[in-house]
Each structure stands twice: as C-alpha cells, then as structure tokens.
Design a protein around this ligand. Sequence first.
Ligand SMILES: Nc1nc2c(ncn2[C@@H]2O[C@H](COP(=O)(O)OP(=O)(O)OP(=O)(O)O)[C@@H](O)[C@H]2O)c(=O)[nH]1
Ligand SMILES: [Mg+2]
Length: 385
Amino acid sequence: MLGKAVVVYPSCHYSNIPSFHSSSCLEYEMKTALLGLSQSGKSTIFSALSGKAIPPAGLNVIEEAIVPVPDERLLWLEKLYQPEKRVHATVDVLDLPGFSFTDEHGRAAARRLIGQIRTVEMLVLMVRAFEDPSVPPYRNSVNPKRDLAELQTELLLSDLELVTTRIEKLEKQVTRPTKTQAQDKAELALQKRLQEAIEAEKPISSAIQTEDELATIKSLGFLTLKPMAVVINVGENDLDKSFDLGDVMGGAVPAVTMCAKLEHELAQLDEESRATFKADLGIQESAAEKFVQICYSALGLISFLTVGSDEVRAWPIRKGTIAWDAAGKVHSDIKRGFIRAETMAYDDLKALGDEKAVKAAGKMRLEGKEYVVKDGDIINFRFNV
Ligand SMILES: Nc1nc2c(ncn2[C@@H]2O[C@H](COP(=O)(O)OP(=O)(O)OP(=O)(O)O)[C@@H](O)[C@H]2O)c(=O)[nH]1
Ligand SMILES: [Mg+2]
C-alpha cells in the first residue's frame, strides 16, 4: 500500500518556443513531457529532437520545443508536387529537470515538478541503461527496472494525494442539500474507487469504466490516466539488447530502446552523412522518428495528407476520425460545405507514380462524411460554401 505524498504547485518557467511552421499548425499539437530520474539522458534526447543546446546540469527549468514529426511520405510527395512548402505534423515536447528521491530536498523538488505536468497529454518516462563511469548513476548503480518502478510509484503517490484531497472536499460537499448533491455523491463513489486502485498500485486509467466517468475526472489532471511510453537509454553497443522492465503501469505501455548519445551525434550531421552513419550503425530510424512513433501510437494518432502546389502537409487526427471532422481540421468552412472527400492511399500513389495513374487504376475514391479516415490517406476535400 502507498503512503501519502505532499504535492506543491509553484509557477512554471518556460523557455522561448521556436516556431518551425505557420501558426495555423499550433492547434493540432499535443504536449508530451519527457521525465525521468536525474542524469538519464533526457536533455540529450531533447536536444537531438529539437536542435536546442543541452542545458547545463543543475539548471532547474522546464525546456519546451515544438518538434516536427519526421514523415518520409512528405519527402516523396514534395518531389512529385514541387510545392512551395512542406508542413509536418508536430509534437510539443517538454524536457523536465531530472528527479531525485534520495533526500528530502530532492523529493520536494521532484514533487513540485510532477505537479507542473498535470496538463500535458502524455508522459514519456526515460530510464538509464547505459554504463559510463564519467556519469555517476542514480542510487550508485545502473538499474532501469528499479528506476522505472520508482518513477511509477512517485506518479501514483502524486495521484493519491490528488484523489485524497478531492474525496475530503466531496465528503463535506455531499452533506449539504445543493443542486449538485446527487452528482457529488456519484463522483465521491468514483473517487473512492480510484483511491482503491492507486492504493493497490494500479494506474487511474485501469479503474475508469465509462466515458462519463472519464469526463467527470479528466480536468483533474491525474498523471496515471495519461498515455505513457518508456524510453530506455542504452549504451551505443547495446542497441539490440532487450530489457525486462516488469509490468509498466499494469499493462500495455510501449517501450523503445535508443542511445541518446548516438542520436545526438546523428542530429548534428547533414542529411547525407546521417544516412551513411545510420547505415554503418544498422539503425533504421532516428530518435526523433522512434520518439514520435511511440507518442503517436500511445495517443492513437494517425496522419492524413493533403497535397498541392502550395504545400504538402501531414495532419494529425485521432484514429477513428471521420472525413467530415478531418475536413474541419483543415478549415471550418470546408467542414461546413463538405461534399465529398476525394481520397487515394499514399501507398497507391507511390506504387503507381501519379494521380492520373491512380485514377486509371480505379483507386481514387469519393468518400462521404462518415468515411473513417486511414493513416496515409491523401485527401482533396470537395466543398461548397
Ligand atoms: N555514455 C552515454 N552517456 C550519455 C548517454 N546519454 C546521456 N549521456 C550523458 O549523461 C549525462 C547526462 O545527460 P543528460 O542528457 O543531461 O541527462 P538528463 O536526464 O537530462 O539529466 P538531468 O536533467 O540532470 O536529470 C551527460 O553527461 C550525457 O553526455 C548515452 O546514451 N551514453
Ligand atoms: Mg536534463
């Protein structure tokens, strides 16, 4: 059973945000927090992703960067359509100072930081698996399984604090005959169930049974309700090594292995040298690609594409989004005047060479409002306003 933690919520310091693209992209960004125990390699990866310099150790600020999602399909489409610009989907990444729970001062600082990430959409837990005598390890030994367990416990404790405070408040509230009394009673029962789950060391996400329950508690910002992924930072000779990390958050949390140091070196190179370097190392994807893939899969995001002489562009949508809503992502007028979604699969276009050939092969489809958009669909919305 878990004890009670003290959580404080101070103000947050953000650095300037670089803008890679037009501001119209911003509404589609999701915020992902990169967190972990001290010296696990978070800032090294963050720097590889964002191109920002690695902040000096001990600088106690949260760094933020908008990171374009690498997408080879856009590169191929750019060659075909020769547009004025290429617009990638983006993810918004926060690099948190490392946590250390080895003394009271560290615990207080870590809990302050944990309190600051309640509004992010997703958590990426970074654990160290690389050996390097020049970088003293957390608790004097490199042990990714132990470190991950410690991180999980702290996130659960933080949620326990939140749920306990909420229960205390609701218990007072339900005694009064207010308009919301029935609702408050229902929420109290739900919060007590969540408390039991956390005390049994299970994440909040495992205790939510309906959409209504989710809607009731969503704004509270429980950390263990958020999608999560794990990054295992390995030494450069251990890229193929597999790790037993135990049962992360009670189930299906995706994990990816990478070497932060190598990825950082890779990010410094130009396009051509990078390709050669990757081939030499036997690496298929860069850290950015892996990182974004795990964010995408954990959040249930896919991309549909639009093409033209002005731009080729990837639009992130949740899996299951219908064509009508996808149209609204591009512009509210397009949704309002939606007629049809002229759709072809990227793979068909690539295999056949151009739009004309796709049409000739009968692979250009006219889809209606309810069509469920697939990853890699290239859509031309027909609309009338
Ligand atoms: N050998 C090796 N060293 C690494 C690797 N990743 C990071 N380091 C080193 O580990 C140290 C810490 O890296 P950072 O990226 O600053 O780690 P961090 O998690 O941001 O650290 P804090 O923010 O202080 O918690 C630096 O000296 C890095 O050069 C790696 O994959 N291999
Ligand atoms: Mg750091």
